[in-house]
Ligand binder design. Structure first.
Ligand code: HAM
Length: 484
Protein backbone atom coordinates (compact mmCIF):
# COMPACT_ATOMS: atom_id res chain seq x y z
CA UNK A 1 0.00 0.00 0.00
CA UNK A 2 1.35 3.47 -0.88
CA UNK A 3 2.45 5.58 2.10
CA UNK A 4 0.70 8.92 1.56
CA UNK A 5 1.74 10.44 4.88
CA UNK A 6 2.81 14.01 4.12
CA UNK A 7 6.48 14.80 4.73
CA UNK A 8 6.74 18.00 6.75
CA UNK A 9 9.40 20.63 6.00
CA UNK A 10 12.40 20.23 8.35
CA UNK A 11 12.15 22.01 11.72
CA UNK A 12 13.15 25.65 11.51
CA UNK A 13 12.65 25.98 7.74
CA UNK A 14 9.88 27.77 5.86
CA UNK A 15 7.64 26.98 2.90
CA UNK A 16 7.02 30.34 1.28
CA UNK A 17 3.68 30.74 -0.52
CA UNK A 18 3.32 33.70 -2.92
CA UNK A 19 2.44 36.26 -0.23
CA UNK A 20 5.36 35.22 1.99
CA UNK A 21 7.70 35.09 -1.01
CA UNK A 22 6.57 38.64 -1.92
CA UNK A 23 7.30 39.80 1.66
CA UNK A 24 10.74 38.28 1.42
CA UNK A 25 11.27 39.97 -1.93
CA UNK A 26 10.29 43.30 -0.34
CA UNK A 27 13.05 42.79 2.24
CA UNK A 28 15.72 41.62 -0.21
CA UNK A 29 14.93 44.53 -2.56
CA UNK A 30 15.27 46.97 0.36
CA UNK A 31 18.63 45.35 1.29
CA UNK A 32 19.85 45.64 -2.30
CA UNK A 33 18.79 49.25 -2.61
CA UNK A 34 20.37 50.28 0.71
CA UNK A 35 23.69 48.59 -0.07
CA UNK A 36 23.96 49.78 -3.67
CA UNK A 37 23.01 53.33 -2.69
CA UNK A 38 25.74 53.27 -0.04
CA UNK A 39 28.32 52.20 -2.61
CA UNK A 40 28.62 48.45 -1.92
CA UNK A 41 29.16 45.93 -4.75
CA UNK A 42 27.45 42.56 -4.80
CA UNK A 43 29.44 39.34 -4.29
CA UNK A 44 28.55 35.78 -3.33
CA UNK A 45 30.21 32.51 -2.40
CA UNK A 46 29.28 28.86 -2.06
CA UNK A 47 26.40 27.85 0.23
CA UNK A 48 28.51 25.01 1.59
CA UNK A 49 32.15 25.24 2.59
CA UNK A 50 34.88 23.08 4.11
CA UNK A 51 34.00 22.70 7.79
CA UNK A 52 37.47 23.85 8.85
CA UNK A 53 36.74 27.30 7.43
CA UNK A 54 34.49 27.76 10.47
CA UNK A 55 36.24 25.59 13.07
CA UNK A 56 39.41 27.63 12.58
CA UNK A 57 37.96 31.10 12.33
CA UNK A 58 34.48 31.59 13.76
CA UNK A 59 34.53 30.38 17.37
CA UNK A 60 32.74 27.65 19.30
CA UNK A 61 29.24 29.19 19.34
CA UNK A 62 28.73 28.98 15.61
CA UNK A 63 30.63 25.70 15.21
CA UNK A 64 28.23 23.91 17.57
CA UNK A 65 25.39 25.01 15.25
CA UNK A 66 26.84 23.72 11.99
CA UNK A 67 24.83 21.50 9.66
CA UNK A 68 27.30 18.94 8.35
CA UNK A 69 27.29 18.01 4.66
CA UNK A 70 28.51 14.70 3.22
CA UNK A 71 28.93 13.74 -0.37
CA UNK A 72 26.96 10.54 -0.96
CA UNK A 73 29.66 9.58 -3.47
CA UNK A 74 32.42 9.60 -0.84
CA UNK A 75 31.53 6.17 0.54
CA UNK A 76 34.92 5.63 2.21
CA UNK A 77 34.83 9.02 3.92
CA UNK A 78 31.30 8.58 5.18
CA UNK A 79 32.14 5.08 6.46
CA UNK A 80 35.23 6.37 8.30
CA UNK A 81 33.17 9.15 9.91
CA UNK A 82 30.50 6.63 10.95
CA UNK A 83 33.17 4.48 12.60
CA UNK A 84 34.64 7.45 14.46
CA UNK A 85 31.20 8.51 15.70
CA UNK A 86 30.48 4.91 16.78
CA UNK A 87 33.66 5.03 18.89
CA UNK A 88 32.35 8.26 20.45
CA UNK A 89 35.05 10.40 18.80
CA UNK A 90 34.56 13.91 17.52
CA UNK A 91 33.91 13.60 13.77
CA UNK A 92 32.80 16.74 11.95
CA UNK A 93 31.45 16.32 8.42
CA UNK A 94 33.89 17.43 5.71
CA UNK A 95 31.58 20.22 4.57
CA UNK A 96 29.27 22.61 6.37
CA UNK A 97 26.20 24.52 5.17
CA UNK A 98 27.36 28.11 5.61
CA UNK A 99 26.31 29.55 8.99
CA UNK A 100 27.72 33.00 8.14
CA UNK A 101 29.50 34.82 5.31
CA UNK A 102 32.48 36.52 6.97
CA UNK A 103 35.03 33.65 6.63
CA UNK A 104 34.09 33.22 2.94
CA UNK A 105 34.49 36.96 2.40
CA UNK A 106 37.90 36.95 4.13
CA UNK A 107 39.07 34.08 1.91
CA UNK A 108 37.77 35.80 -1.24
CA UNK A 109 39.42 39.10 -0.33
CA UNK A 110 42.73 37.43 0.63
CA UNK A 111 42.87 35.61 -2.73
CA UNK A 112 42.69 38.85 -4.75
CA UNK A 113 43.89 41.44 -2.20
CA UNK A 114 46.61 42.88 -4.45
CA UNK A 115 44.18 43.83 -7.21
CA UNK A 116 41.28 45.03 -5.07
CA UNK A 117 40.65 48.70 -4.26
CA UNK A 118 41.11 50.16 -0.79
CA UNK A 119 38.59 50.22 0.63
CA UNK A 120 36.68 47.35 -0.98
CA UNK A 121 32.96 47.51 -0.17
CA UNK A 122 31.03 44.27 -0.64
CA UNK A 123 27.50 43.15 0.06
CA UNK A 124 25.74 39.83 -0.29
CA UNK A 125 22.35 38.41 0.65
CA UNK A 126 21.33 34.78 0.59
CA UNK A 127 20.43 31.70 2.62
CA UNK A 128 22.43 30.71 5.73
CA UNK A 129 21.96 27.74 8.03
CA UNK A 130 22.38 27.22 11.76
CA UNK A 131 21.24 24.20 13.76
CA UNK A 132 19.78 26.42 16.50
CA UNK A 133 16.74 25.63 18.58
CA UNK A 134 14.00 27.34 16.52
CA UNK A 135 12.31 30.14 18.46
CA UNK A 136 10.79 33.57 17.79
CA UNK A 137 13.28 35.35 15.54
CA UNK A 138 15.60 32.37 15.09
CA UNK A 139 15.25 29.63 12.47
CA UNK A 140 17.54 26.98 11.04
CA UNK A 141 17.46 28.44 7.55
CA UNK A 142 17.29 32.21 7.16
CA UNK A 143 18.39 34.94 4.81
CA UNK A 144 21.25 37.15 5.89
CA UNK A 145 22.38 40.42 4.33
CA UNK A 146 26.05 41.30 4.84
CA UNK A 147 27.81 44.62 4.18
CA UNK A 148 31.55 44.86 4.77
CA UNK A 149 34.22 47.50 4.22
CA UNK A 150 37.64 45.88 3.77
CA UNK A 151 40.78 48.01 3.90
CA UNK A 152 41.05 51.73 4.57
CA UNK A 153 41.54 54.73 2.29
CA UNK A 154 44.88 56.09 3.55
CA UNK A 155 47.63 58.42 2.30
CA UNK A 156 50.94 56.79 1.32
CA UNK A 157 52.63 57.27 4.68
CA UNK A 158 49.73 57.31 7.10
CA UNK A 159 50.12 58.72 10.59
CA UNK A 160 48.36 56.99 13.52
CA UNK A 161 45.91 59.88 13.35
CA UNK A 162 45.13 59.12 9.66
CA UNK A 163 44.52 55.46 10.54
CA UNK A 164 42.31 56.28 13.51
CA UNK A 165 40.23 58.68 11.42
CA UNK A 166 39.82 56.28 8.48
CA UNK A 167 38.90 53.47 10.91
CA UNK A 168 36.15 55.54 12.52
CA UNK A 169 34.90 56.57 9.07
CA UNK A 170 34.68 52.95 7.88
CA UNK A 171 32.91 51.91 11.11
CA UNK A 172 30.43 54.77 10.67
CA UNK A 173 29.94 53.91 7.01
CA UNK A 174 28.67 50.39 7.71
CA UNK A 175 26.46 51.62 10.56
CA UNK A 176 25.06 54.30 8.21
CA UNK A 177 24.16 51.67 5.62
CA UNK A 178 22.41 49.60 8.29
CA UNK A 179 20.51 52.65 9.58
CA UNK A 180 19.67 53.57 5.98
CA UNK A 181 17.88 50.25 5.62
CA UNK A 182 15.98 50.65 8.90
CA UNK A 183 14.88 54.15 7.96
CA UNK A 184 13.84 53.11 4.46
CA UNK A 185 11.62 50.39 5.99
CA UNK A 186 9.80 53.05 8.04
CA UNK A 187 11.37 52.25 11.42
CA UNK A 188 12.09 55.15 13.76
CA UNK A 189 15.07 55.90 15.99
CA UNK A 190 12.70 55.84 19.02
CA UNK A 191 11.99 52.13 18.46
CA UNK A 192 15.26 50.80 17.10
CA UNK A 193 18.74 51.32 18.46
CA UNK A 194 22.17 50.47 17.17
CA UNK A 195 23.93 49.41 20.40
CA UNK A 196 27.62 50.09 20.00
CA UNK A 197 30.46 48.74 22.07
CA UNK A 198 34.20 48.19 21.82
CA UNK A 199 35.90 44.90 22.61
CA UNK A 200 39.25 46.61 23.26
CA UNK A 201 37.66 48.84 25.84
CA UNK A 202 35.89 45.88 27.49
CA UNK A 203 39.16 43.90 27.40
CA UNK A 204 41.04 46.75 29.08
CA UNK A 205 38.40 46.89 31.82
CA UNK A 206 38.70 43.14 32.31
CA UNK A 207 42.48 43.41 32.46
CA UNK A 208 42.11 46.11 35.10
CA UNK A 209 40.35 43.39 37.11
CA UNK A 210 43.41 41.18 36.63
CA UNK A 211 41.90 38.94 33.94
CA UNK A 212 44.87 37.41 32.12
CA UNK A 213 45.19 37.74 28.33
CA UNK A 214 44.33 34.08 27.67
CA UNK A 215 41.05 34.42 29.57
CA UNK A 216 39.88 37.51 27.67
CA UNK A 217 38.11 35.69 24.83
CA UNK A 218 36.27 33.27 27.18
CA UNK A 219 35.29 36.27 29.33
CA UNK A 220 33.91 38.11 26.27
CA UNK A 221 31.94 34.99 25.25
CA UNK A 222 30.56 34.81 28.79
CA UNK A 223 29.50 38.47 28.65
CA UNK A 224 27.86 37.83 25.26
CA UNK A 225 25.59 35.20 26.84
CA UNK A 226 24.73 37.35 29.87
CA UNK A 227 21.28 38.46 28.70
CA UNK A 228 20.24 34.86 28.12
CA UNK A 229 21.44 33.72 31.57
CA UNK A 230 19.95 33.78 35.05
CA UNK A 231 21.50 36.90 36.75
CA UNK A 232 22.47 35.12 39.99
CA UNK A 233 24.02 32.16 38.19
CA UNK A 234 25.78 34.54 35.80
CA UNK A 235 27.28 36.61 38.64
CA UNK A 236 28.55 33.42 40.28
CA UNK A 237 30.16 32.12 37.06
CA UNK A 238 31.65 35.53 36.32
CA UNK A 239 33.08 35.75 39.85
CA UNK A 240 34.58 32.31 39.49
CA UNK A 241 36.15 32.83 36.03
CA UNK A 242 36.65 36.60 35.77
CA UNK A 243 35.90 38.78 38.76
CA UNK A 244 33.30 40.97 40.44
CA UNK A 245 30.49 41.75 37.96
CA UNK A 246 29.26 44.75 40.01
CA UNK A 247 32.70 46.31 39.73
CA UNK A 248 32.75 45.65 35.98
CA UNK A 249 29.24 47.13 35.56
CA UNK A 250 30.31 50.26 37.41
CA UNK A 251 33.22 50.71 34.99
CA UNK A 252 30.82 50.28 32.05
CA UNK A 253 28.31 52.83 33.34
CA UNK A 254 30.96 55.45 33.95
CA UNK A 255 32.50 54.86 30.53
CA UNK A 256 29.14 55.13 28.75
CA UNK A 257 28.42 58.41 30.56
CA UNK A 258 31.83 59.81 29.69
CA UNK A 259 31.54 58.92 26.03
CA UNK A 260 28.03 60.37 25.73
CA UNK A 261 29.18 63.52 27.56
CA UNK A 262 32.04 64.04 25.13
CA UNK A 263 34.83 62.85 27.45
CA UNK A 264 35.31 66.34 28.84
CA UNK A 265 35.30 65.04 32.40
CA UNK A 266 38.06 62.57 31.73
CA UNK A 267 40.98 63.18 34.01
CA UNK A 268 39.08 65.43 36.38
CA UNK A 269 39.76 62.81 39.05
CA UNK A 270 36.32 62.16 40.57
CA UNK A 271 35.89 59.01 42.66
CA UNK A 272 33.88 57.22 39.95
CA UNK A 273 36.49 58.00 37.29
CA UNK A 274 37.48 54.96 35.30
CA UNK A 275 41.16 54.37 34.89
CA UNK A 276 42.65 56.72 32.28
CA UNK A 277 44.41 53.73 30.75
CA UNK A 278 41.08 52.80 29.21
CA UNK A 279 41.09 53.88 25.62
CA UNK A 280 37.78 55.61 24.90
CA UNK A 281 39.12 57.44 21.90
CA UNK A 282 38.00 55.03 19.13
CA UNK A 283 34.38 55.03 20.38
CA UNK A 284 34.44 58.76 20.88
CA UNK A 285 35.80 59.33 17.39
CA UNK A 286 33.15 56.99 15.96
CA UNK A 287 30.48 58.89 17.87
CA UNK A 288 31.58 62.14 16.22
CA UNK A 289 31.45 60.50 12.79
CA UNK A 290 27.93 59.23 13.50
CA UNK A 291 26.94 62.75 14.54
CA UNK A 292 28.32 64.27 11.36
CA UNK A 293 26.38 61.69 9.30
CA UNK A 294 23.23 62.71 11.18
CA UNK A 295 22.54 59.25 12.58
CA UNK A 296 23.70 59.57 16.22
CA UNK A 297 20.07 59.52 17.43
CA UNK A 298 19.80 55.93 16.14
CA UNK A 299 22.84 54.89 18.19
CA UNK A 300 23.73 54.37 21.86
CA UNK A 301 26.93 53.25 23.51
CA UNK A 302 26.17 50.00 25.33
CA UNK A 303 29.18 48.20 26.74
CA UNK A 304 27.09 45.13 27.60
CA UNK A 305 27.35 44.19 23.91
CA UNK A 306 30.32 41.81 23.49
CA UNK A 307 29.24 39.65 20.46
CA UNK A 308 29.67 35.91 20.30
CA UNK A 309 32.02 35.55 17.31
CA UNK A 310 35.70 35.06 18.09
CA UNK A 311 37.18 37.18 15.29
CA UNK A 312 36.03 40.66 16.35
CA UNK A 313 38.90 42.93 17.36
CA UNK A 314 37.40 46.37 18.15
CA UNK A 315 34.09 48.13 17.66
CA UNK A 316 31.10 45.76 17.81
CA UNK A 317 27.38 46.51 17.54
CA UNK A 318 23.94 44.99 17.56
CA UNK A 319 20.68 46.44 16.28
CA UNK A 320 17.96 45.89 18.84
CA UNK A 321 14.23 46.48 18.86
CA UNK A 322 12.90 46.19 22.41
CA UNK A 323 11.87 42.68 23.36
CA UNK A 324 13.22 41.05 20.20
CA UNK A 325 16.39 39.16 19.40
CA UNK A 326 18.99 41.16 17.48
CA UNK A 327 17.91 42.39 14.03
CA UNK A 328 21.56 42.74 13.01
CA UNK A 329 25.03 42.40 14.43
CA UNK A 330 28.54 43.19 13.35
CA UNK A 331 31.86 44.71 14.14
CA UNK A 332 35.50 45.19 13.26
CA UNK A 333 37.71 42.19 12.50
CA UNK A 334 41.22 43.38 11.72
CA UNK A 335 43.01 40.00 11.87
CA UNK A 336 40.84 37.73 9.76
CA UNK A 337 42.21 38.51 6.29
CA UNK A 338 45.74 37.66 7.51
CA UNK A 339 44.45 34.35 8.86
CA UNK A 340 43.43 33.50 5.29
CA UNK A 341 46.89 34.27 3.94
CA UNK A 342 46.13 37.83 2.79
CA UNK A 343 48.00 41.01 3.71
CA UNK A 344 47.20 42.60 7.06
CA UNK A 345 43.91 44.36 6.25
CA UNK A 346 41.48 45.94 8.68
CA UNK A 347 37.80 45.18 8.01
CA UNK A 348 34.39 45.95 9.43
CA UNK A 349 30.87 44.82 8.60
CA UNK A 350 27.56 43.47 9.76
CA UNK A 351 24.95 40.83 9.04
CA UNK A 352 21.17 41.32 9.19
CA UNK A 353 18.70 38.44 9.07
CA UNK A 354 15.26 38.51 7.46
CA UNK A 355 13.47 36.76 10.35
CA UNK A 356 13.46 39.39 13.11
CA UNK A 357 13.22 42.21 10.56
CA UNK A 358 10.00 40.83 9.07
CA UNK A 359 8.53 40.16 12.55
CA UNK A 360 9.24 43.76 13.57
CA UNK A 361 7.88 45.22 10.31
CA UNK A 362 4.70 43.17 10.56
CA UNK A 363 4.18 44.00 14.26
CA UNK A 364 4.54 47.71 13.56
CA UNK A 365 2.26 47.62 10.49
CA UNK A 366 5.19 48.53 8.25
CA UNK A 367 5.04 45.50 5.96
CA UNK A 368 3.14 46.51 2.83
CA UNK A 369 0.17 44.36 1.87
CA UNK A 370 -2.00 43.41 -1.12
CA UNK A 371 -1.47 45.28 -4.40
CA UNK A 372 1.14 47.60 -2.81
CA UNK A 373 3.23 44.60 -1.68
CA UNK A 374 3.00 43.02 -5.13
CA UNK A 375 4.00 46.31 -6.74
CA UNK A 376 7.02 46.78 -4.45
CA UNK A 377 7.99 43.14 -4.92
CA UNK A 378 7.95 43.82 -8.69
CA UNK A 379 5.08 41.42 -9.28
CA UNK A 380 2.16 43.63 -10.21
CA UNK A 381 1.21 43.50 -13.91
CA UNK A 382 2.04 46.36 -16.24
CA UNK A 383 -1.00 45.60 -18.37
CA UNK A 384 -4.11 43.50 -17.74
CA UNK A 385 -5.56 42.54 -21.14
CA UNK A 386 -9.35 42.16 -21.23
CA UNK A 387 -11.58 41.10 -24.10
CA UNK A 388 -14.76 43.16 -24.58
CA UNK A 389 -16.51 39.79 -25.02
CA UNK A 390 -16.99 39.78 -28.80
CA UNK A 391 -15.68 36.74 -30.75
CA UNK A 392 -13.35 39.06 -32.69
CA UNK A 393 -11.75 40.44 -29.51
CA UNK A 394 -11.59 36.98 -27.91
CA UNK A 395 -9.63 35.75 -30.93
CA UNK A 396 -7.22 38.74 -30.90
CA UNK A 397 -6.44 38.61 -27.16
CA UNK A 398 -3.78 35.83 -27.13
CA UNK A 399 -1.59 37.54 -29.71
CA UNK A 400 -1.95 40.96 -27.96
CA UNK A 401 -0.77 39.29 -24.75
CA UNK A 402 2.12 37.49 -26.47
CA UNK A 403 3.33 40.68 -28.17
CA UNK A 404 3.31 42.64 -24.87
CA UNK A 405 5.35 39.90 -23.20
CA UNK A 406 7.94 39.58 -25.99
CA UNK A 407 11.34 41.12 -25.25
CA UNK A 408 14.10 41.86 -27.73
CA UNK A 409 17.80 41.15 -27.40
CA UNK A 410 18.64 44.75 -28.44
CA UNK A 411 16.71 46.03 -25.42
CA UNK A 412 18.04 43.19 -23.19
CA UNK A 413 14.41 42.27 -22.51
CA UNK A 414 13.59 45.69 -21.01
CA UNK A 415 10.82 46.01 -23.60
CA UNK A 416 9.11 42.87 -22.28
CA UNK A 417 6.00 43.77 -20.27
CA UNK A 418 4.32 41.93 -17.44
CA UNK A 419 0.98 41.24 -19.15
CA UNK A 420 -1.84 39.14 -17.75
CA UNK A 421 -5.37 38.04 -18.59
CA UNK A 422 -8.11 36.65 -16.41
CA UNK A 423 -8.25 32.90 -15.91
CA UNK A 424 -11.95 33.12 -15.03
CA UNK A 425 -14.68 32.20 -17.52
CA UNK A 426 -16.73 35.39 -16.96
CA UNK A 427 -17.12 37.80 -19.87
CA UNK A 428 -18.22 40.65 -17.61
CA UNK A 429 -15.74 43.47 -18.34
CA UNK A 430 -16.59 45.28 -15.06
CA UNK A 431 -15.75 42.20 -13.00
CA UNK A 432 -12.49 41.59 -14.87
CA UNK A 433 -11.55 45.25 -14.37
CA UNK A 434 -12.04 44.73 -10.63
CA UNK A 435 -9.77 41.70 -10.78
CA UNK A 436 -7.19 43.76 -12.69
CA UNK A 437 -7.28 46.48 -10.03
CA UNK A 438 -6.90 43.93 -7.27
CA UNK A 439 -3.82 42.52 -8.97
CA UNK A 440 -2.22 45.97 -8.77
CA UNK A 441 -2.00 46.25 -12.58
CA UNK A 442 -0.94 49.66 -13.87
CA UNK A 443 -3.00 49.59 -17.08
CA UNK A 444 -5.99 47.71 -18.45
CA UNK A 445 -6.14 47.19 -22.21
CA UNK A 446 -9.68 46.33 -23.31
CA UNK A 447 -9.52 44.63 -26.70
CA UNK A 448 -12.36 46.14 -28.74
CA UNK A 449 -11.74 44.46 -32.13
CA UNK A 450 -9.01 42.74 -34.13
CA UNK A 451 -7.21 46.08 -34.46
CA UNK A 452 -8.01 48.35 -31.50
CA UNK A 453 -7.90 48.53 -27.70
CA UNK A 454 -9.10 51.01 -25.07
CA UNK A 455 -6.41 51.89 -22.56
CA UNK A 456 -7.25 52.65 -18.94
CA UNK A 457 -4.78 53.75 -16.30
CA UNK A 458 -5.92 51.81 -13.23
CA UNK A 459 -3.82 53.89 -10.82
CA UNK A 460 -5.41 57.21 -11.85
CA UNK A 461 -8.64 55.58 -13.08
CA UNK A 462 -8.42 57.62 -16.27
CA UNK A 463 -9.63 55.98 -19.47
CA UNK A 464 -8.41 57.21 -22.87
CA UNK A 465 -11.27 58.93 -24.77
CA UNK A 466 -10.07 57.45 -28.08
CA UNK A 467 -8.99 53.93 -28.99
CA UNK A 468 -5.36 52.86 -29.51
CA UNK A 469 -4.34 50.71 -32.50
CA UNK A 470 -3.12 47.28 -31.30
CA UNK A 471 -0.02 47.77 -33.44
CA UNK A 472 1.11 50.69 -31.22
CA UNK A 473 -0.21 49.40 -27.86
CA UNK A 474 3.14 48.15 -26.64
CA UNK A 475 5.14 51.28 -27.48
CA UNK A 476 2.36 53.41 -25.96
CA UNK A 477 2.43 51.48 -22.67
CA UNK A 478 6.25 51.48 -22.56
CA UNK A 479 6.19 55.25 -23.12
CA UNK A 480 3.64 55.83 -20.36
CA UNK A 481 5.67 53.64 -18.00
CA UNK A 482 8.70 55.80 -18.74
CA UNK A 483 10.46 52.88 -20.46
CA UNK A 484 9.85 53.89 -24.06
P1 HAM B 1 25.52 37.16 13.80
O1 HAM B 1 25.26 38.09 14.94
O2 HAM B 1 25.82 35.76 14.11
O3 HAM B 1 26.73 37.81 12.97
O4 HAM B 1 24.30 37.23 12.80
C1 HAM B 1 23.85 38.47 12.28
C2 HAM B 1 22.34 38.48 12.17
O5 HAM B 1 21.90 37.35 11.42
C3 HAM B 1 21.59 38.36 13.49
O6 HAM B 1 21.49 39.60 14.14
C4 HAM B 1 20.25 37.85 13.01
O7 HAM B 1 19.46 38.89 12.47
C5 HAM B 1 20.62 36.94 11.88
N1 HAM B 1 20.66 35.55 12.35
C6 HAM B 1 21.68 34.87 12.89
N2 HAM B 1 21.31 33.62 13.23
C7 HAM B 1 20.01 33.51 12.88
C8 HAM B 1 19.03 32.46 12.94
N3 HAM B 1 19.31 31.27 13.43
N4 HAM B 1 17.78 32.72 12.50
C9 HAM B 1 17.47 33.92 11.99
N5 HAM B 1 18.33 34.94 11.88
C10 HAM B 1 19.59 34.74 12.32
C11 HAM B 1 27.30 37.25 11.88
O8 HAM B 1 26.84 36.33 11.26
C12 HAM B 1 28.53 37.99 11.38
N6 HAM B 1 29.20 37.15 10.39
C13 HAM B 1 28.12 39.33 10.82
C14 HAM B 1 29.27 40.13 10.29
C15 HAM B 1 29.50 40.49 8.99
N7 HAM B 1 30.26 40.63 11.02
C16 HAM B 1 31.07 41.28 10.23
N8 HAM B 1 30.64 41.20 8.99
Amino acid sequence: MADNKPIQPPTGTRDLYPIEAARRRFITEAWRRASINHGFEEVDGPTFESTELYTKKSGDGIVSEIFGVFSGKDEQGVKALGEKLARGEDAPAPYALRPEFTPTLARMYAARAASLPKPTKWFTAGPFFRAERPQRGRLREFLQWNCDVIGLALPEKPTPEDIARATAQADAEVIACCVGLLEQCGLKSENVKVRISDRNLIASMLQAQSVSADKLTPALMLLDRRKKSDPVEFAATFAERVGDIAHFDQYCKTCEKLIAGGLSELGSGGSDQPDVRFNFKPLHRLWNELKSLGIADWCVVDLSIARGLAYYTGMVFEVIVDGERAVAGGGRYDNLIVLFGGPSTPAVGFGMGDVVLSLVLQDKGLMPEGAELMQIAGQSPDVFVISNGTPEADAALPSVLADLRRGSREQRGRDSLHARRTSKTTKNVGKILQEAEKSGAHFAAIVESASEVTLKNLRTREQDPSKTPIASLKSEVLKRLGRG
